[in-house]
Design a protein around this ligand. Sequence first.
Ligand code: SF4
Length: 448
Amino acid sequence: MPKKTPQEPITVGFIALGCPKNIVDSEKMLGKIAQADLLITAEPYSADVVVINTCGFIAPAADEALQAIRHALDCKTAGKVKKVIVAGCLCERLRTELFNRAAGIDAIVGLGQRDAIAGIIKKTFHRDKSAAYLQTSSQKVADDRARLLITPGHWAYLRISEGCDRRCSFCTVPAIRGRFRSKPRKEVLAEAAELVRAGAIELNVIGQDTTNYGRDLKFKNGLSKLLGELEKITGIAWIRLMYLYPAAITDRLIETIAKSEKTVHYIDMPIQHINDKILKDMRRPDTKERICSLVENLRRNLPDIVLRTTLIVGFPGETEDQFDELLKFVKWARFDCLGSFRYYPEYGTPAAEMHNQVPDQVKQERLEQLMLTQQKIAFKKNNERIGSKLSCLVDSVDNNGIGRGRFYGQAPDIDSICIIENCLVKPGQFVDTKVTAAKDYDLIVKQI
Ligand code: SF4
């Protein structure tokens, strides 16, 4: 690769992996890179420097990250790339072991060093020795303002906290992201206002445990009060709550959502399982009785509520009967959206040390059976919506005038969509529609 003249900017390719919280980190790093006379290229694997922001909370995510890293290293060997920098959660989990897992990495960057990425790129580009930029994650929540958005701009993620104080026995997140800490209210509101000025009308509120917001700031009912303040920001149409901890959803929060004009009647609350013994072994305070009454309470107070959850199958010791109990619960609860994982024994977690691990094949069979059960429910619910009217936020329109958008009950990137026939409005605008059909998980609607 020819030597760069001082005038020529270093080109940077960026690979953003992982969950919405990691997307926010990627957007912040892209913001820092763009502000630092570095040139972000659309062809990441032919840039001077490739930065891969990794996920690492379970084995498949770590494998995906290592695959992207190894591909970048192959490009380096082929002379298409000069330097490879790895950032994010996998760096927190593996630390310098990462150099052994993927020989040739030039720098690894921990979560605490996120905002120093531009300087690290320049230093790495001009150095031949590899380096590790790791430090214990700071007790302060990073400031996420001045991001370069990866999301389309009319919607964005608003991270209100970092880390988690819960100790679910299967989860690596607290070890990766540290103790729970709320982002100061003023910063959240300033960030929300900045996103709205940049064109966002939908804010998706995220954190590892959004329900815990304010607890560390002695700010009682923190999430409800924060919603009340976000509500006052002109220009926001939709506020969506993600990652709510079931046991921490209060009547006060439900009331706040019911009274709000902007907080959509959509709740994402990972419950993970329903059997009391499994929940106890997961070290989750929920019980079957409490979860069922929460679902009923939500539907009673928010009749048009759309519920999303996440379930784990094959947790150590899970018997056929306990799995059947989970299936029966899914049929009873009729969630609108449901994601499910096979259990992965992650080193460093208590559950990985448990005996009676469930064989992989059994886990896979249970996962397929669970998702098939949910598919029937989702398809039936979709058919029940035919003929109804929905206000959709348009995310894109193709050359044939076919729009892709979402009604309030569909979160971006993880849920199904509305396919809008003869869509005459632009992305980022709302359109009144009528549901004419269902196509698998998606709804077919026409503009009215
Ligand atoms: S609440 Fe979520 S992030 Fe926190 S330990 Fe449990 S599963 Fe992990």
